[in-house]
Ligand binder design. Structure first.
Ligand SMILES: [Zn+2]
Length: 226
């Protein structure tokens, strides 16, 4: 009974925080997508300006499908910006585009947390697929060592979610620095808008980390219980 309550205590905060953060991001993006940029640049143009200023003319910028699908691809050295960002002239689009440009700059500077995150991606991908199978396989045949192996494998994805935090916070910090320093955002109102969008986005990564650590702890509790 106590253990069941404990499991909910471990997984509920991540779920609740995740839901809140998602709706916060959506409402902030919606709000600041309606605020035009006085400089009149599209998201793609904002990213291009920042990348060029950092000597990253070879990094490409492409449109991508899907809501909030914006990302930097370190292998292809290309920024992919969603439809709500790529050709849109708004404070939200500028903030998101500058954030993704921040990842490209991290990559160019060999920023350690980004390198570490990229390095563990293959292990995490394999681990997150195999871990539940190993864990529940161990549970079914009643083997605690196999359950432990599954739980430890699962821990890799928690590690990934934790390393993501400094990477994302740093990209947003760089974004705001460039948006202000290069005069892309022209007043305090625009700066506040971009900051709010990026802060809400940061919460989704915090929620993901809380959820990952919580479910890892749940695996560990279940392993110990057997
Ligand atoms: Zn990011």
């Amino acid at each position: 009974m106590f253990d069941n309550a404990l499991i909910w205590i471990l997984i509920l905060p991540g779920m609740i925080l995740g839901g809140l953060a998602q709706s916060w991001v959506k409402s902030n993006v919606k709000k600041f997508s309606r605020v035009p940029l006085r400089q009149g640049l599209t998201g793609a143009e904002v990213a291009r300006h920042i990348l060029d200023a950092r000597g990253l003319q070879t990094v490409g910028i492409e449109p991508s499908k899907g809501i909030l699908s914006d990302h930097y691809d370190p292998r292809g050295k290309v920024l992919r910006l969603s439809e709500a960002v790529y050709g849109v002239r708004s404070v939200a689009a500028a903030g998101i585009a500058a954030h993704e440009a921040g990842h490209a700059i991290q990559d160019a500077e060999d920023y350690l947390p980004l390198e570490a995150r990229s390095a563990i991606v293959p292990v995490v991908k394999a681990g997150s697929t195999v871990a539940p199978l190993v864990f529940f396989g161990g549970l079914m045949i009643g083997s605690q060592p196999i359950m432990w192996a599954g739980a430890i494998l699962f821990g890799m994805s928690s590690l990934f979610a934790l390393i993501t935090l400094p990477v994302e916070f740093d990209a947003s910090r760089r974004a705001l620095k460039h948006l202000e320093g290069m005069g892309i955002l022209s007043d305090q109102g625009e700066m506040d808008g971009a900051r709010q969008v990026l802060r809400a986005a940061a919460w989704t990564y915090v929620a993901a980390a809380v959820a990952a650590v919580g479910s890892w702890a749940m695996y560990l509790v279940l392993s110990r219980r057997r």
